[in-house]
Every structure is written in C-alpha cells, then in structure tokens.
Design a protein around this ligand. Structure first.
Ligand SMILES: Cc1ncc(COP(=O)(O)O)c(C=O)c1O
Length: 321
C-alpha cells in the first residue's frame, strides 16, 4: 500500500506521469533500458530528460517477453533505470510473476530503479487473467525501487478526461510533485471527480468491458489467422499484432495500402521499435461489428497480396530458369 499524502500523485494521464518520473530520476548521460516494440513516447521522454536510451528487442518466438538475461546483458555502469510496460501496447504480451521475480534480482544486484507502466493492468484475459496481474511493487524487493504508473484512460475508457497517477517512495514523489506544480499545477478537477466515480461506482462496468474486449480479442485473432496472417495470442491490453511478412509488403506499405484500398486503419509495427517490423498493430477497442467488417476487408486484402506475392515468386523462378 502507498500513503496517499506522501507517495501518490494524480497526474494528467500516464503521459505526464512518465515524463515527471524520468525528469525526477534521470541525469544527463544516464542510461535507461526500454524493451521494444513499445508505446511510442517512452524513448522521447527519456531523451527529454537527458538520458541515453538502450532498446531491448523482444521477439514473437519468445511471446514478446523480455527476460532478466536480455536486460542484464545490456547493463553498463551508466545504467540507472529499466522501463517495464506490461500488459504491452502494441503486442498484448503479459509477463508472469516468475519472470518479474527474475528481473527483480537483476534490478537489486545492479542497484537500479524500475519505471512500470501498468495502465492496462485491469485488461487481461485467459490464462493471464487466471494467474492475476502482478503489480511490480508487490514484489517486496522492488517496493522501494519502483515508480508505478497507472491511469483511467484504458480500463475506465476515459482517455480524453486525462487522469493518471504515479505511486513512488516519498523522496521520488517529492521531486515529481515539485515538477508537477510548476508544469501543470493539477489534473483537471472535474476529471478527478469523474475518476473517483469510476472507482466508487463502476467496477461492474469495468468487468463488462473486459469481457467484451476478450470476445473481440478472440474474434480478431481468429480472423487474422484465418486470413493467413500468423498472430501471437495477446493476453492483455486491446491490440493484436499479426505478422504480415507473407504478404510481401513492409509494415508501412501494408498499413498505407489497407487504408487506401479497404479503408481499414492499422499502425505499422515498426512505429513501436525495430522489432515490430513485419507486423501491424490492430486495435480491438471498437465495436464487434466494426471488427467483423475489418476482418472481411483484411482477408480480401491479404488474399490479393498473397496472390501478388505468389505471382512475383513464380516470375522470379521463371527468370532464374
Ligand atoms: C502503454 C501506454 N502507456 C501510456 C499511455 C498514455 O496514457 P494516458 O492517456 O494516461 O496519458 C498509453 C496510451 O495509449 C499507452 O498505451
């Protein structure tokens, strides 16, 4: 538990919280390790704070999970902080408690701090839901080494209300509070009342939304796989991340052409880091009807691309012969 008066700060979304935490904790030349593909603003926020970013690639073969070994291999004497963000945007990957405990050992051994973006903590499904979300500071060794970021944008569907929070040991809280007061003063009062209502009165709605996302998740993952696009099973957040390499297109080409030819919007996977190349991110935070229609259009589009790729391959074989 955290002391509301000296360890919890209400912010303008996780966006503000993560920038405050980095400004409070990072000095010029410090290094931060960030697993990728990841949400787009982590690296730039660290650079604003004067730090050098070392990205840690994660791969679909390893369910887009970062391991203690991946992290430890990249630690130098300038490494100050590790960024963790699970459930993940864009992949939907979730880390199990055993993996987090191994990472905790590395954090303690190298005297590091962890910034943990758990904005999707309530949106987990399947086995991950059965296992339960592990809040990083609930690992005793990490309680005083973690800055926990959370918010109302996702589970409460309150993105535009701009309310988030950060939980941190008092000295870190005090440094962030100072910055917060000069930069923004406070999160909007009306929005804070809205968030409070969410906490006090909307638990059933959050669960209903989670169940609806889970049904949409299964529909979109099955749809992508039937369209011939291998798709990692996301266990959290509201994105699926199909592998589109079989179409012969880059992520950018796939997203551009799908938009202009079929009017379906997806985000190129490499917008989230180099390990996202060959993937696209599809959001299922939309209606079931919208998802079903998108699946029809993506299937049609993928078939056209696969035929084109097969013809090109045939021509290449003819030319070689
Ligand atoms: C992983 C992650 N962190 C943070 C944010 C930003 O959240 P907020 O609306 O609380 O600023 C997002 C928004 O997409 C996100 O996906």
């Amino acid at each position: 538990a955290y002391d509301p008066a000296s360890e919890i700060l209400i912010t303008v979304g996780v966006s503000e919280a993560l920038q405050l935490a980095m400004l409070a904790l990072l000095e010029d030349g410090d290094e931060i390790l960030i697993p990728e593909p990841c949400f787009v603003s982590y690296g730039p926020a660290a650079i604003f704070a004067g730090a050098d970013v070392t990205y840690v690639p994660t791969r679909v073969e390893n369910d887009f999970q970062v391991t203690a070994e991946d992290i430890e291999r990249r630690i130098t004497d300038r490494t100050k902080m590790i960024f963790l963000a699970y459930p993940s945007n864009p992949t939907g990957a979730v880390l199990r408690r055993s993996v987090l405990e191994e990472i905790a050992e590395v954090v303690v051994k190298h005297d590091l701090v962890v910034l943990s973006d758990e904005i999707y903590d309530r949106l987990i499904y399947g086995d991950a839901y059965e296992a339960g979300h592990t809040c990083l500071p609930s690992i005793p060794a990490l309680r005083d080494r973690t800055v926990l970021l959370g918010g109302f944008s996702k589970a409460y569907a309150m993105t535009g209300w701009r309310v988030g929070y950060v939980c941190a040991p008092t000295p870190v809280y005090e440094a962030m509070y100072k910055l917060h007061q000069y930069i923004i003063m406070s999160a909007p009062t009306a929005s804070q009342y809205g968030a409070l209502s969410g906490l006090l009165r909307c638990e059933d709605d959050v669960e209903q939304m989670r169940l609806a996302y889970d049904a949409r998740r299964r529909t979109i993952v099955d749809g992508m796989r039937s369209a011939g696009l291998p798709t990692f099973e996301p266990e959290g957040a509201f994105y699926c991340f199909p592998d589109i390499t079989s179409t012969g297109l880059s992520s950018e080409e796939f997203a551009q052409r799908l938009l202009t030819e079929e009017h379906v919007a997806v985000v190129p996977g490499d917008a989230f880091g180099p390990s996202g190349a060959g993937f696209v991110r599809c959001s299922y935070a939309t209606s079931m009807e919208g998802i079903e229609e998108a699946v029809v259009r993506i299937t049609r589009f993928a078939e056209r691309c696969l035929e084109g790729a097969a013809q090109n391959a045939g021509q290449a074989i003819d030319q070689t012969a």
